[in-house]
Each structure stands twice: as structure tokens, then as C-alpha cells.
Design a protein around this ligand. Sequence first.
Ligand SMILES: *Cc1c(COP(=O)(O)O)cnc(C)c1O
Ligand SMILES: [Zn+2]
Length: 434
Amino acid sequence: MAAQTVASTTNSTPAANSVDLGPAAALSCRECGHRVPLGPVFACEECFGPLEIAYDFSGYDTEELRKRIEAGPANIWRYAPLLPVPADVADKPNINPGWTKLVQADNLARELGVDAGKLFVKDDSGNPTHSFKDRVVAQAIEAARAFNFTTLSCSSTGNLAGAVGAAAARAGFRSCVFIPHDLEQGKVVMAAVYGGELVGIEGNYDDVNRFCSELIGDPAGEGWGFVNVNLRPYYAEGSKTLAYEICEQLGWQLPDQLVVPIASGSQLTKIDKGLQELIKLGLVEDKPYKIFGAQAEGCSPVSVAYKAGHDVVRPQKPNTIAKSLAIGNPADGPYVLDIARRTGGAVEDVNDEQVVDAIKLLARTEGIFAETAGGVTVGVAKKLIENGLLDPSLTTVVLNTGDGLKTLDAVASDTGLTATIRPNLDSFREAGLG
Ligand SMILES: *Cc1c(COP(=O)(O)O)cnc(C)c1O
Ligand SMILES: [Zn+2]
């Protein structure tokens, strides 16, 4: 088990006696199955394995559930019956993320040699704070309400800080979030503008995360809900909504292949959980699907372990422009390896130059400006097609999890004016433009 979760398994803040988090029934250990009541805990008291939400979905009729979802709001709360949230969640102050576009990417498909109509980009840059993190924070906020926390916090590689700041502002929580001190300016501004406290830590993300684990065990952290630490089981479930949306947007069908970015690996594992739930609930027809994980070469602990055939993930010191994915010691790494192997997918990485090329490729073919994480997934998709691991004749969904405006520096030196001319036609012609 990852060291960062061992420091403390419980928070000193008492949970409410009975919490209403909809269909969430208990917390269950992913390693040993030990069950505990819903509360702000994240590690198993028996084996230190990660706790995740166990649901009671009994009593759902498939077609009634499908109708209820389709009649729901155009955001993640259409899936409230499948999430750890109260039934009236849509009425509470929330930034209501989700229901982002699934773009049929025929121009990109042509360039990559994928069959027409088979390639899609799930574009999560369209969320309120322009990254997928709004989905997970929305779940954590409901847990924070249920457990009577007053301050929302997190360790962040940038996007999460902004998502927590925005959601806390709207929901009326104090927020105090922690980031590595050297993040991209776009991410710092986006995290600070919502008015919460933003603390830079001298160190990398893994140092920030370790610090947060210490704070949780200390009286100074009393009343604090860390969305990705002591509220992690709830937070993580938000990623299931990506799986639900992709399938519903494909006409209630599973895609054949998905290319998913890996930071801690949480998103990838919960996308798999979401797909499995849809199959079990009968909302999609069961068929094989492959999940491919994508990392940047400069932070590729999972990809390295995958290629070496290892079950354990050796931590790395990150050095890549894909800072939102720069987690050197990914908590869910071993589970990602399991899923890639079980589904027949793979884990691959691309270098920073390929990330930049992929950002520009997606922008010029589909008009989608991705942050570096999207450059990683598009670049990895290209590489997987070239090395024959991704089948270009099958329905494939590539995730773009953030907006390019957050990481302008990545492409700034590579883009610019085509020409500078005087404001007259002669000058225009001289420049070879007319
Ligand atoms: C956080 C993040 C991810 C995925 O993170 P996991 O820790 O693997 O769930 C992917 N893309 C972006 C842009 C992110 O900010
Ligand atoms: Zn356990």
C-alpha cells in the first residue's frame, strides 16, 4: 500500500451518525473486502488497503433507471442514482459539472489512420473550471456536507486546486489548498481567483501529498475535508461519470477502446468501475473493451512497470511539461496495471516533444485546444496505433481532461504570428498572403 495513506486512517472530526449519501451503503476495502460504515476514512484498518464505496443498487429496474437518467439534468447529477450523493443533490449549491461533449473526430481519425466515424474525443475541458477535476470535487463536497466539515482542502498538481476553490466558493465552504510552488501560471491564477487560501509548498506533488497526510493527523487539520485524502473514496467516484457519459453519448453502448490519462490512476480505475456497473445494471450490452493508460515519459512509473511485466510500481521523480499528470508515486498504479492487463489494453508513454505535437495535431484537426494531459492521451493514441496495439477499425474514445489555456507555455514557443505587415494591401501581398 502506498506510504502516504498509512500516516493516519481516521480524522478526528466525528462523522454524523447517519449519513444520507443515496445508494452508497458502506466503505469496502479493495484488498480484503473489510466493510466499515460511511465516514471520512480512506484506508482499511485491517490491511491499509484503499477503501471504496460499496453500493446498494438492488431495486433498480433497468428501463426505469434509463428513463430517469435521460430525463435528468445535463450534468453529472443525471447519474445521481449511481453516485454517493443524496437524492436532492441537484438542488444544492454546486457548480454542476459534466455532460461534456463527445466529439466525433473524423479529421483526427483521417490523420491517425482510424476508420471514419470510429474515433471520439471526450472533451472535459468544457467543465466549469476547465478540467475533469470538477467531477470528483462535486462528489467530495457532498461527503464534506454529510460529515460536517467546514474547510475543504487538497493536495494538487494544479487543476484540483482550482476545482476545489470554485466548488467551495459556490457551496459556502472555506478552502485552503496546497500545490507545488512552481506550477504553471495559468493554474496558479485559476486556483487563486476564487478567493480561497492557496499555499505553495517547496517540493513536488508527492511532497505536498505527504504534508497533507501529516496535517490530517494533527489537531490543526481538525474539521478539514481533504477531497483527495480523507474524502478520497467519495471523490474518486466522480470519475465514473466519464464512463456513464461516454456510453450514454454513444447510444448506451460500450466503446471498444479507451485511452485514459494516468496521474494517481484513480480516474482510470473508476472509469472501469463505471463501465462494469453499467454492464451489471443492464444499461449497456456486455462486450469486451480495452482500457489503455497514458503517461508522459518524464513521469511514467506505471508505463515502466507495465512494460517490465511488474505488479508493483517503482516511484519516480517527475520531470515533464505534463504537470497535471506528474505524480511520481501513483496510489492506484497497481490497479491500473491489473485493469490494462485484464481488459487487453496497455500502458504507454510519450515524451514532451510528442506531447506538444499532439496538442497541435488535435487543435489543427478538431479545433480542440487541450492542456498537456490531452497531448499525452492523443500522443499515446497515435503511438499505440503505430505500434499496432490499438485497433483503428474499432470505436475508440480518447480523453481530453483539461483546457489548453491552462498550459499556454507548453506551446507558446512553438506558435505565434504568421507574419507582421503594414496595414495596406501591398504589404499583405509582399508577405505572400494574397
Ligand atoms: C487529475 C488529472 C487527471 C487524472 O488524475 P488521476 O489522479 O489519475 O485520477 C487527468 N487529467 C488532468 C488534466 C488532471 O488534472
Ligand atoms: Zn483491507
